[in-house]
Design a protein around this ligand. Sequence first.
Ligand code: SF4
Length: 291
Amino acid sequence: MQNPLIGYYQNGNYVVKFYSNGTKIKQTNEDKFIAKFPDSIDLKITDYCDKNCPMCHEKSSILGLHGDLNEEFLKTLKRGTELAIGGGNPLSHPNLEKFLKEMKARGVICSLTVNGDHLIADNEHIEALIKDKLIYGLGISIQKYNQKVIDFAQKYQNAVLHLINGVFTDFNKLFDKNLKILILGYKKFGKGEQFFSNEVENNMLYLKNNISTFFNRFNVVSFDNLALSQLHIKNLLSKEEYESIFMGDDGDSSMYIDLVKKQFAKSSTSVERYPLGKDIFEMFSKINNNK
Ligand code: SF4
């Protein structure tokens, strides 16, 4: 049975279809997708986090502040926009639930990315958010194999394990468990700059050399743009296969917004950042590659 369509809209010269299982399809009759507004936004809502991970590119900590979820541009988000909400620990934001309800009422499709330990500690809260359809996707970051996280991920079709290239190495323990994984590129940014080592580099090399053998061991294997380039995924697929899965460069139809520092950019590792504006169209036009 086909998954229900939960989003359908025109953006510039293409049409976007978004299905309840997280599948997104973009179609155009032209050579290139030219967006007028972002299809997807990586939204940081807090810098508070108690995990103190040594490679945290956001440098989140227990001293981190929460962002303002009433910024004016949020009212200009288009119906169907995907909002990938993260932090810090987004579950620590006191206004998270109210915000998710407002976004749902606007037709914005929210997903949440949480650390595996926070998921286990707060699993009833997360299950309630999923049940109330306040979030569609759930990204779960793990650095090591964790059976409780795997059990949770197997229960929800839209749960995706987020694994950092060079940091997560327990891949074989995840094989053949009907899991969806997203491999994130290693960010030499924030604390990630200092954490980078020969060990990380060797782990990255191992993954680059073995990633093609993982494809059929998971339900879905996906990559962010940084991981696509670090793992040379283009070399493993035909031109047609690659073009059919590639969603565009950062800034083609996606952007990063930091509500704590009140800045936006093409991606979370961009050095060039701008102060928040009042309208998402204006903000996007500043970083859009096709302007
Ligand atoms: S990587 Fe994630 S879980 Fe770890 S300190 Fe940073 S925000 Fe917290």
